[in-house]
Design a protein around this ligand. Structure first.
Ligand SMILES: [Zn+2]
Length: 101
């Protein structure tokens, strides 16, 4: 009985985790330019990962141009190799953007 229950619990937890991961995948995007970010948040939400140079002035510009989009998370493990999504200079950070409602 205890074994059956444990098995059921494990199955239940696995399916919860799967759903959470699927939801996260469906709501996480990887974009390359500010235009794409603005277009994305015009009709969608979720998290958008971009590569960024770290310039504070650009953060303010993104917030204004994309209608309240702010940086939520910095990927500490990332070693960006691409270009900044705003200015095109070499990126130093990988960050996730999301819109405040
Ligand atoms: Zn930049």
């Amino acid at each position: 009985m205890a074994e059956t229950l444990r098995g059921e619990l494990e199955k239940f937890q696995a399916s919860l985790l799967e759903r959470a991961q699927a939801f996260q995948r469906a709501n996480t995007f990887e974009l390359g330019t500010l235009d794409e970010v603005i277009a994305h948040f015009r009709d969608r939400g979720g998290f958008v990962w971009v590569q960024w140079c770290g310039d504070d002035a650009e953060e303010a510009r993104v917030k204004t141009d994309a209608g309240g989009v702010t940086i939520r998370t910095i990927d500490d493990d990332a070693k960006p190799t691409g270009k900044c999504f705003v200015c095109g200079k070499p990126a130093t950070l990988r960050v996730a953007l999301a819109k405040a409602y």
